[in-house]
Design a protein around this ligand. Structure first.
Ligand code: AQP
Length: 327
């Protein structure tokens, strides 16, 4: 059975983008292989975050994983920091990725461009090294991610090639996979930008009040063309709403265009809001049952145990291959 791995950073409130581009896909793929889903709490430290916020976001993330339908009997759910082997492997792997390639990463360029140079942490720069360790430590072949993370998986592939060329077939080659529709949900207030946890403008949060979600969708930026048509270049706002509707209902863009032919944007937005609000209401109801039930702690304790078995075996294999004494 292939190993499948993914994670989410507990940097902020989960967005509809994280849900459509990542979490719903995790639920779908969990039965297709041995699935490892982690809370990337060490990655969350790459930008300043308060200790209480980090803790609460991490719990929330697990509760939403479970609320969305991830089954801890099928998928191994754990905190990255509960398996220290990730960090040890990253220390080794950092020697097989280079400054030039790390500085070309879009996420690093985007995030660091908003900071003063003296405030850019080494962790932000080296983020893809730890991510490569997260991936290879579980012998992961399939990496379900949103579009923005594909570049980091490609870098992990380069690393595996480089490492195996030197030491033999030690690491498994991973491959990114994305949902067909919804791998990049855009901001509702600026549909040329990705909906992102750390950039609250135009986000729909999974914890938002349902009335607020409806209001955000009804005031989403559209255009003057008055036609529900999929054209991300000329109608980015409408195309983004169509993407959201299509991914949650399974309707194709053609079907949506036909359904709203001759109707106004108000009707279209109301239909999108109905679908999104219904989906998130159900999710919130399950989240509310889980968050204070003790289930989160149980799942994390069990998950860390299971994950550690595989992680320590891979770490040993790597240590032995590179000549660390007595491993
Ligand atoms: N807008 C999005 N549309 C589709 N997928 C998305 N993802 C994120 N935003 C969208 C996917 O969600 C997973 C978890 O993301 P992450 O926590 O690793 O961080 P990210 O990719 O940088 O996402 P954010 O929400 O923008 O987080 P911050 O603001 O903390 O950097 C990934 O699979 C991602 O592709």
């Amino acid at each position: 059975m292939d190993h499948i791995l993914s994670g989410i950073k507990p940097t902020g409130q989960l967005t509809l983008g994280n849900y459509i581009g990542a979490i719903r896909n995790f639920v779908k793929v969990q039965k297709e292989g041995d699935t490892f889903l982690f809370v990337a709490d060490l990655h969350a430290l790459t930008l300043p975050i308060e200790p209480e916020t980090l803790k609460n976001n991490s719990r929330d993330l697990v509760a939403f994983y479970l609320a969305a339908g991830l089954d801890p009997k099928t998928a191994t759910i754990f905190l990255q920091s509960d398996v220290p082997d990730h960090s040890e492997l990253a220390i080794i792997l950092q020697n097989y990725l280079y400054m030039g390639e790390l500085s070309r990463m879009t996420q690093f360029k985007d995030k660091s461009s908003k900071m003063k140079e003296e405030a850019i942490g080494l962790g932000l720069f080296a983020y893809p090294v730890l991510m490569a360790a997260d991936i290879v430590i579980y012998d992961s072949k399939r990496i379900p991610v949103g579009e923005d993370q594909v570049q980091h998986v490609e870098l992990a592939r380069d690393l595996v090639k480089r490492f195996n060329n030197r030491y033999g077939d030690i690491l498994i080659m991973p491959k990114a996979e994305m949902v067909k529709v919804g791998a990049r949900i855009m901001s509702l207030s600026d549909p040329t930008k990705k909906m992102s946890k750390s950039d609250p403008k135009g986000d729909i949060y999974l914890k938002d009040d349902i009335k607020v979600i409806r209001k955000k969708i009804m005031s989403a930026v559209t255009d003057m063309l008055a036609k529900v048509h999929y054209d991300p270049v000329n109608q980015p706002g409408i195309s983004n709403l169509m993407t959201i509707l299509s991914s949650l209902t399974g309707k194709s863009f053609d079907e949506i265009e036909k359904e709203f032919d001759g109707k106004g944007y108000g009707d279209f937005k109301r239909a999108v809001a109905d679908v999104v609000c219904e989906e998130i209401s159900k999710l919130q109801a399950r989240y509310n049952e889980i968050i204070n039930s003790g289930l989160v702690d149980e799942v994390l304790a069990e998950g860390a145990k299971k994950a550690s078995v595989i992680a320590s075996a891979t770490l040993k294999r790597v240590q032995k291959a590179i000549g660390l004494y007595h491993k």
